[in-house]
Design a protein around this ligand. Structure first.
Ligand SMILES: [Zn+2]
Length: 261
C-alpha cells in the first residue's frame, strides 16, 4: 500500500489566519503524514519573523508535522537541477516580456540569452490535462490556453511558486495536495510540469472550500462574500490568541463556513 503524504506549505509573508487554519485541518484530516514546507521562494516578501510565528501558532493549535521543516530558500540547488533537466530536454527559454495573464509565447524562438532581468519559461504542450479532484470530481484543464508557457524563474531571480511547489511535491514524494479551491485553475499546469520534470504519476488533489466573509455593508446592503485574506487582521491567529481564544475556539471558527461581517 502506498504511504499517503501531504504537506502544509504556508508563505512567511504574514501571520497565520483562519484561512490557513482551515487548510491545515483539511491537510491533517486527509493524510496521516504531513510535511511542513515554508514557501519562502519570494525572498523580497518573506520574513523570518513570520516564519517563526507560523511554527509557533501551528504548534499551539496542536498540529504536529513529520520530519524537519523544509524551506524553499534553502533548496536552490534542487531547483537548479530540475531546471537543468528541463533545459536538457530543450524546453526552457529566456524571455524579456512584461508580465501578462496569458503569455503568448513571444520569445519561444527568439533565442535570447539567459541573464540578469530575464524570465525563464518552460514550453508547455497543447494538451488537455484530466484529473479527478477528491472533492470536486473529474476536471479538464488546458494549461497552454489558460496561462501560456509557465515562468519558472522570474526577472528578479526568484523561483516561481508554480515551479518550486511542483519540484518540491515531486522530490518530497507528496502523494496528496490539499489546498483551497482558489488554486484549482493551476492544477493542470502543475500536473503537466510534473510530467515534464519526469514524474510518472501526479499527486492526487483535493481542493476544499474557502472561508468567505461578507464585504462591508454599503447602501445596497451587504456585499458579496469574498475570500479571507491576510488584510483581515481580526482573523489572525496571533490576534485571537492575544484576545484569549483557546486553540479549540480558533479551530471551530475556521471550520464554520462563513464569518459574520
Ligand atoms: Zn517573452
Amino acid at each position: 500500500m502506498r504511504v499517503m503524504i501531504s504537506r502544509f506549505a504556508p508563505a512567511p509573508t504574514g501571520y497565520l489566519h483562519l484561512g490557513h487554519v482551515l487548510n491545515a485541518v483539511y491537510v491533517w484530516r486527509t493524510c496521516p503524514r504531513v510535511l511542513l514546507r515554508i514557501e519562502d521562494h519570494d525572498r523580497q516578501r518573506s520574513r523570518a519573523e513570520y516564519d517563526a510565528a507560523i511554527l509557533a501558532d501551528l504548534a499551539w493549535l496542536g498540529f504536529r508535522w513529520d520530519g524537519p521543516v523544509v524551506r524553499q530558500s534553502e533548496r536552490g540547488d534542487i531547483y537548479s537541477q530540475a531546471l537543468e533537466r528541463l533545459r536538457g530536454s530543450g524546453l526552457v527559454y529566456a524571455c524579456d516580456c512584461a508580465r501578462t495573464v496569458v503569455y503568448p509565447g513571444t520569445c519561444r524562438d527568439r533565442g535570447l540569452v539567459d541573464g540578469p532581468g530575464m524570465t525563464l519559461r518552460v514550453r508547455l504542450e497543447p494538451t488537455v490535462e484530466r484529473f479527478v479532484d477528491l472533492r470536486l470530481g473529474p476536471q479538464e484543464q488546458r494549461p497552454l490556453e489558460q496561462c501560456g508557457d509557465l515562468a519558472i524563474r522570474d526577472r528578479e531571480g526568484n523561483w516561481t511558486y508554480q515551479f518550486a511547489a511542483t519540484v518540491d511535491d515531486f522530490e518530497q514524494g507528496i502523494t496528496h495536495v490539499v489546498r483551497g479551491e482558489d488554486l484549482l485553475d493551476s492544477t493542470g499546469r502543475q500536473i503537466q510540469l510534473a510530467r515534464l520534470l519526469g514524474r510518472a504519476e501526479p499527486p492526487i488533489f483535493l481542493h476544499h472550500p474557502l472561508i468567505m466573509r461578507r464585504s462591508a455593508a454599503s447602501a445596497e446592503g451587504f456585499g458579496a462574500p469574498r475570500k479571507l485574506s491576510k488584510s483581515d487582521r481580526d482573523t489572525g491567529v496571533r490576534d485571537l490568541r492575544a484576545q484569549g481564544w483557546t486553540p479549540r475556539q480558533v479551530l471551530d471558527a475556521a471550520t464554520s463556513s462563513i464569518i459574520a461581517p
